[in-house]
Design a protein. Structure first.
Length: 179
């Protein structure tokens, strides 16, 4: 990379931030993608990878007759990098698009790291960066940046649902009492 100042800063390397950074970079914009991992992990994070999924079936239905499936079909047609990585790391799940999470995250992280118009910065932000910014920090945004966002947007405008899906370890289930 031979550039200093980005055209756009994307904050958050989840699926939304990763896709936004990729699409901007593919269109010739220089993008700084700022991701706090691995220095700081939320309760849901387990790896330093971009696009990290909490659940392997978080992408939901792949049936074009369902809203989630139709959206993925449209994203494929538009050249979505995230959906291409999901398709490449797909695991059997009936009509759902489920992925092998770590292969999926590695693919996204590698593609971003190798793109000449993306600079992946691993650091925590405590304030909003100057210039054009896409905030894609997700539902577990906290700390100083979360407070800045609440103050700027108004705390009554921030609602998050289902940030962490419950995960049940198989060894904790009593087969005599469950079905």
């Amino acid at each position: 990379m031979t550039w200093d100042q980005p055209d756009v800063t994307v904050v958050g390397g989840g699926m939304a931030g990763s896709e936004a950074a990729w699409q901007l970079a593919e269109r010739g914009l220089r993008v700084a993608l700022i991701e706090q991992k691995p220095a700081e992990l939320s309760p849901a994070h387990q790896s330093p990878l971009c696009g990290e999924l909490v659940c392997s079936n978080s992408l939901r239905s792949d049936d074009v007759g369902a809203p989630a499936g139709l959206l993925k079909d449209e994203l494929r047609r538009c050249g979505s990098m995230v959906i291409a990585c999901a398709d490449a790391h797909r695991v059997p799940a009936g009509g759902a698009l489920a992925v092998e999470r770590f292969g999926f995250g590695r693919a996204i992280t590698t593609r971003l790291a190798l793109h000449p118009n993306v600079r992946l910065e691993r650091r925590r932000l405590d304030a909003l960066p100057a210039g054009d910014v896409i905030l894609a920090t997700g539902p577990l945004t906290g700390g100083p940046l979360g407070e800045v966002i609440r103050r700027e947007l108004g705390g009554d405008r921030m609602y998050f649902y289902d940030a962490i899906a419950p995960i049940v370890a198989a060894e904790t289930i009593d087969p005599e009492r469950s079905w």
